[in-house]
Ligand binder design. Structure first.
Ligand SMILES: [Zn+2]
Length: 511
């Protein structure tokens, strides 16, 4: 993660809704605020100067994920690993560190053994890799993106918000706890992936396999990055808001191809291979997956709804309390609104995107093969098998071969909104940033590496948020854009957040 569009894909919905719909039916259930109240703030004393210097130096390691996977700087990663070891000596003395990944091993798995083996473990995820800085955007940076500059109260550079800040905040907090002689009662895993920005096929996916093979049956809690705490992040709510991602869509790409007879263009058959595939694509685009309200969207509106405009309360309430498998007129109204633009539409069905088409090499040769690639972002339940069956039925053409060419991930489990893990997270947010903010679950239409865990049965309760307070939505542009930076004093609070979360985890019971 984390592009501006990725986050807003799931959020624009409120804009569509605040356009105003006339609804009159009153909800039968009480649609009251779900916000936790009167949580006492906890101040954590952090070595802010030292911590800021350590993060700023981390920015200088060019752990870039390029789209061309051959363009990979292995030394940047090994140097960064050595730097982590030097910066957090107690963590490296106390925790078991493994360097994993397939085929290239540059991801980090730390195991902090708990005192009570009967407690289910917890996992903290963050990624080492960063997106490249395009050469033509360099001159817009107010500080070199890889220099690790600290000025005007900020740490500047690529990775300072996405996502080295989380790696370092976690390690700073762990180093502090070890210094105090603290040991967790449940085992804690830290996983720092190498290729999140390109989908995590080598790092996170492999480590999820490793942990599964080691026999972990259930994580009590998993946390990964997503939206930072930001005022006005959710259209329609001006207040400072913390969004906690509770589910992510899946990813699958299919190749639709035909292998037949080519020939000379002077004697063409009635149907060309290109024509056959093109027709299949046309049929598929007409056979859109049906709209439905995802349970994570219901949870989102249960929490967000009461904080949104008064006029549409019955509508939000209908979505929040609706039942899967039936659609009330108010829910239909919601679906109609959401389906009006591609941003919100992605939240209510499995999307179909035709992304590549390959055929032909010469103007007078009929190509023997033609192929199109279609990328799907599935809703829960739309497994690769379901999608392939849907495609077969839609195109109804035996000549077309369908092949799954992706490192596909299914839509994830939906974390329990309002469950003990969620409540612990909301409490920690309020202990760190106070009660003057809205906390809500939300459905992540994009995705980050934790999907590799959350799509499996051992990690249903994955919660995603970036534990940083941004000043405004403008600061978002640093994610994958220019002038990525983090306020030093906010970084300090982020460390305090993880420190407090380690404490709060002690109270979390097994599922
Ligand atoms: Zn990220």
């Amino acid at each position: 993660m984390f592009s501006y569009t990725k986050i807003f894909t799931g959020l624009i919905s409120a804009i569509a809704l605040s356009a105003g719909v006339s609804v009159c039916a009153a909800s039968e259930q009480e649609f009251s605020s779900m916000q936790m109240k009167n949580v006492e703030k906890v101040e954590v004393k952090v070595d802010l100067d030292g911590a800021a210097k350590r993060l700023s130096k981390a920015v200088t390691f060019k752990t870039i994920s390029n789209q061309d996977r051959n363009d990979f700087d292995a030394k940047a990663f090994t140097d960064y690993h050595a730097y982590l070891e030097k910066s957090y000596p107690k963590v490296h003395a106390k925790l078991k560190k493994e360097v994993l990944g397939d085929p290239r091993p540059y991801s980090l798995l730390y195991t902090w053994e708990g005192t009570d083996p009967t407690l289910q473990p917890a996992l903290f995820y963050a990624h080492q890799d960063v997106v490249p800085v395009p050469a033509d955007s360099r001159d817009q940076w107010k500080a070199d993106p890889f220099a690790g500059t600290i000025k005007d109260g900020y740490i500047w550079g690529r990775g300072s918000l996405d996502d080295k800040n989380q790696i370092h905040a976690i390690l700073e907090a762990a180093e502090m706890k070890i210094t105090e002689g603290w040991q967790p009662s449940r085992t804690l895993y830290f996983v720092f992936g190498q290729d999140e920005e390109v989908g995590g096929p080598e790092g996170a996916r492999y480590i999820a396999d490793v942990l599964e093979k080691r026999g972990i049956e259930r994580f009590a809690f998993v946390m990964d990055e997503s939206a930072p705490i930001t005022p006005g992040i959710f259209p329609g709510i001006k207040e400072n808001t913390a969004l906690i991602g509770i589910a992510q869509k899946g990813f699958i790409s299919l190749e639709l191809s035909i292998n037949g007879i080519g020939g000379h263009s002077s004697m063409p058959p009635e149907e060309s291979n290109i024509g056959i595939v093109a027709e299949a694509i046309t049929k598929l685009e007409k056979a859109q997956f049906p709209y439905r309200i995802h349970p994570a969207v219901r949870a989102q509106y249960r929490y967000m709804g009461p904080e949104l405009d008064k006029a549409n309360q019955p509508l939000y309430s209908a979505v929040a309390f609706g039942k899967d498998g039936e659609v009330t007129p108010l829910e239909q109204e919601f679906i109609d609104l959401m389906s009006k633009n591609e941003l919100t539409r992605a939240m209510i069905h499995t999307t179909i995107a035709v992304t590549m088409f390959n055929a032909g090499i010469k103007d007078n040769v009929l190509p023997p093969t033609a192929a199109a690639i279609v990328n799907f972002r599935p809703m829960p339940g739309d497994t690769p098998e379901v999608i392939i069956a849907h495609v077969k039925k839609a195109i109804a053409d035996e000549r077309i071969e369908i092949k799954d060419i992706s490192a596909s991930t299914p839509a994830t489990n939906v974390a329990n909104a309002g469950g003990p893990g969620y409540k612990m997270l909301e409490k920690t947010i309020r202990q760190t940033w106070g009660n003057d903010l809205i906390v809500s679950p939300f459905f992540v239409v994009g995705g980050s590496d934790s999907k590799h865990f959350q799509a499996r049965s051992f990690a249903p309760d994955v919660y995603t948020m970036t534990a940083i307070q941004l000043e405004n939505t403008e600061e978002f542009k640093g994610f994958h854009g220019v002038n990525e930076r983090i306020l030093v004093k906010e970084y300090g609070r982020s460390i305090g957040f993880f420190y407090t979360l380690f404490n709060n985890l002690e109270q979390l019971k097994n599922k």
